[in-house]
Design a protein around this ligand. Sequence first.
Ligand code: MN
Length: 294
Amino acid sequence: MGNPLGVHALVWTGGWAPEDAELAISSTAKAGFDLIEIPALDPSRIDIADTKQRLDAHGLKAGFSLGLTFETDINSEDSACVERGRATLMSALEVARGVGSSYLGGVLFGALGKYPAPVTDRARANSASVIKELAQEAARDDIVVGLEFVNRYESNLLNTVQQTLDYMDVVDEANVVVHADVYHMNIEENGFRKPLLLCGDRLGYVHIGESNRGYLGEGTIDFGEVFEALADVDYTGPMTFESFSSAVVDPQLSNTLAVWRNLWSDSMDLATHARAFISDGMKRARDTRGQRAQ
Ligand code: MN
């Protein structure tokens, strides 16, 4: 049994006007993926009915992701800031619900960006309290909330699996899962196997990206170790390919992620290569595991 495989919309386009949505959704289907991850940093730019109709027409599912800004940071001691973040998250949840998606993930727990100082207890408590409320609201429609821990330059709150599990214990809601991204793990963890085993069944979503966020296999990430660990925890959830190049720009997200270089320009070649790389890699890992068990 295989994992649902997805691709981030920014592989295709940086906008979400109807023609952008059509390009991204039809290309995702054509490349053989099961789902598309749609960035919802500004939930108001997504036309819910139009997006749903195009997904249905191409037989695709969607997940939504976002990171907050420092103006909407719930990982803050400023209550006005926290309230703005709460409103953004609830709007994003409305979009996911309206489109019929079962996944909302990303840096939901705070701002996506470099903080000038370490996290404080009060800011962390504010963050966990809003995420608890979001999860309870999401549970009404069986929507899973994924916490994507990221590298130190993109959050001061959750940089590792262990920190994410500890934070999840505070939130204490069953529909909150770990969203692991190997690009970030490559920077912050001592390896891939131990932290992925530590997640166990609390792992709910995986981003597959290279160390330079380009073509899979051309960087330094040990994907053999990643895929074997995922097979060993019997991970059957979504695996979404994430890659960024200056060839495709989202005015908001690309600058936040420091996408300055052109790592590719042929989106379809990149995406079909990634799909085969992930699918073949997971099959190999499961076969190896099966042989060891015999
Ligand atoms: Mn990611």
